[in-house]
Design a protein around this ligand. Structure first.
Ligand SMILES: Nc1ncnc2c1ncn2[C@@H]1O[C@H](COP(=O)(O)OP(=O)(O)OP(=O)(O)O)[C@@H](O)[C@H]1O
Length: 285
């Protein structure tokens, strides 16, 4: 088994008082699809942000994050080559993070930025091959007929499929999806989860997806990691995710019920999430 993500002794304290991550040790192997669950505020988004280096762990700690044996951060410092490392990680957000005024195709092309020379990205110059790749990715998620449309004219489910297409053209090895279905109706949620599962199976991409709805974790993921108060509270095969475990994770049967039926539309706490240099690329659309 090849480790895709290795996290050891990762601590994160916000504002010198609240420990959002508490000595996290976690390994995700290449080709796995892992659900990250836990109550609101348990640290799920914070953990994903640390994996991609969008957030740094505590200084003076031993915390370390490696992606395919390449250190992303250590002791609260990002290591050199972060742009190259981030290019291996596709990020999908609850609120899609598309550039509204750009076309669907332009948004998908943004996924290329980590792999093309900076000057071409800045000028929005893409080769025919790159444009074809973007169209293929849109076909794959059933959105090619919308290629020329502005992103903000799409429904939430459609926008999320475009965000998945963007991650596809990035050709990332790892997809981190942070509550990708939290704002979607059940049909769109199923569609988006089907796409993620397909990318995992067909393309052998490693997927880590945070979910509020435990039933989706049960249906789509082989392994579940549950956080509680910034610690890994459960890590195992989905078959071992009993009601008893869930009660311990969520604290009460009432909270558990909420986690199962939740159609939560709350904003996820991801400040400054877009890391695509979108300003320079606005003209792509
Ligand atoms: N930028 C920040 N500044 C201060 N505190 C933060 C920041 N980001 C997260 N936190 C705190 O860290 C803790 C973990 O937050 P995080 O968003 O990771 O939880 P979560 O499990 O993803 O929650 P949810 O399911 O509601 O999205 C929370 O107590 C949150 O208030």
């Amino acid at each position: 088994m090849t480790p895709a993500i290795q996290i050891s002794k990762l601590d994160k304290t916000f504002q010198k008082q609240k420990r959002a991550l508490d000595c996290i040790d976690l390994q995700v192997n290449s080709g796995e699809i892992v659900a990250l669950i836990g109550p609101s505020g348990s640290g799920k988004s914070t953990l994903l942000r640390h994996i991609s280096g969008l957030e740094k762990g505590d200084r003076h700690s031993e915390g370390e994050v490696l992606v395919y044996d390449d250190a992303v951060q250590k002791s609260g410092r990002l290591l050199s080559g972060i742009r190259r490392k981030r290019a291996r990680i596709g990020y999908i957000f609850q609120q899609f993070n598309l550039v509204n005024r750009m076309t669907v195709r332009g948004n998908v092309l943004l996924g290329m930025l980590g792999r093309i020379p900076r000057w071409r990205g800045t000028l929005g110059i893409f080769t025919q091959e790159e444009k074809a790749l973007a169209l293929n990715a849109l076909k794959r998620v059933g959105m090619d007929e919308f290629a020329a449309q502005r992103a903000d004219k799409l429904s939430g489910g459609q926008q999320q499929r475009v965000a998945i297409a963007r991650a596809l053209v990035q050709q990332a090895d790892i997809i981190l999806a942070d509550e990708p279905i939290a704002s979607l109706d059940p049909e769109s949620a199923k569609n988006v989860m089907d796409q993620l599962a397909d990318i995992n199976r067909q393309d052998n991409k490693t997927v880590v997806v945070t979910l509020h709805q435990v039933e989706y974790a049960r249906k789509y993921c082989q392994r579940v990691v549950a956080l509680r108060l910034g610690k890994v509270h459960f890590d195992g095969p989905v078959a071992e995710l009993t009601d008893e475990v869930l009660k311990n994770v969520y604290g009460s049967s009432e909270a558990l019920l909420t986690s199962r039926t939740d159609t939560d539309t709350a904003q996820s706490s991801i400040p400054g999430a877009v890391d695509y240099g979108t300003k320079a690329l606005a003209r792509v659309g």
